[in-house]
Design a protein around this ligand. Sequence first.
Ligand SMILES: [Zn+2]
Length: 311
Amino acid sequence: MRIDKIKVRRVLALVGIVLLLAAMLVPAVALARAGGGHVGGSSGGFSGGSSGGFAGSSGGLLSGSSRSSGGGIGGCCGSGFVVVIVLIAVVIWVIISMRKGGGSSGGGGSEIFTPPAGGQMPVGDPFFEIKAADPNFNTEMFFGRVNEMFIAIQYAWMNRNLEPVRRFLSDQQFSVLNNSVQTDYVAKGQINKLDNIHIDHMEPVEVLKQGDYDSVKMLVTATVIDYTVDERTGALINPKELGDGKTPTTFQEFWTLMRKSGVQSKMDATITKCPNCGAPVTDGNYVKCAYCGVQMNDPTLDWVLMRIEQV
Ligand SMILES: [Zn+2]
C-alpha cells in the first residue's frame, strides 16, 4: 500500500498541474464541469484503494477492483476543449499505470504465511529486550515457530489426537484441547475437519517479562474451511451451523507463549526436535525425550504455548 500512496500523490500532483493549466487556458465555466467531474471520479478510486489496506495481500485485489470503477471519468466531452481531452488522456494514462502496479503487488495472494509489515508493528521493536538477552532471537524465526505450532495443532485436532503437540503445549492447554476433542468429537463419533487452513497474519500484541520468564501474546488471524463429519459415513453434520465444507471463514485467536528469560535460541530448533538435546521427537515420546529424558514442554528450555484464547 505504500507504493499506492506514492502513486496517489503522483496522480494528485499531475491532476493539479493539468487543472492549473486548464484554469489558465479555458473559461471558468468549462473548468467547473470538467475539473469537478475528474476530481470526483479519481478520488473515488483512491479512497477504495486505501481502505483495502487492512488485509495485506487481499488489499491489492480490493484496490485493484475499485480502481476499475474509478475509471468512470467520461460523460464530459460536450465542450470539446483541447485541455479537457488532455486531462482525460492524463487520467487514463495514470489509471493504466496504476493497474499495472496493482497487478504485480497483488501477486502474493496465495502466500501461506505473511509476516506483518513494519508499519503494523507497535512503535519500536517489541522483542528488543528478548533480543538483548538472546542475540540469536529473530522475529521471523519466532513467527515461523508459531506457524509451525499452529499447523501442528490443527492437524492434531483433526486427527482427534493431541499427543503429538505436547512437545510444545502447556499441560493446562493440552488438557483443555484434549477434553474438548474427547467430549465434542470422539464421544459423538464425529470429526472436525479443517481444510485449507493457513495463517493470514500474526503480530505480537503484548510482550511482557513475568518474573524470570518472557511472555509473548500473539494475535493470529487465520482462514479455514471448517466443517464436521460423521466418522463412519463421512457425511456432513448440521452444515448450516457447523460448516458446509466449502465456505472459508476467518477467525482470530490470542496465543500466549512463554520462555525463561535469557534462554538462547537454537538456529535449527523446531517442534519436531527435543529442545534439550536436539534428538527427533518420536511417536509416543511426546512428553519426555526418548534420548535425554527431559520433559520437553518446559519453558526453561524453549518456547511453550501456554494459552489459546478466542478473540
Ligand atoms: Zn532430548
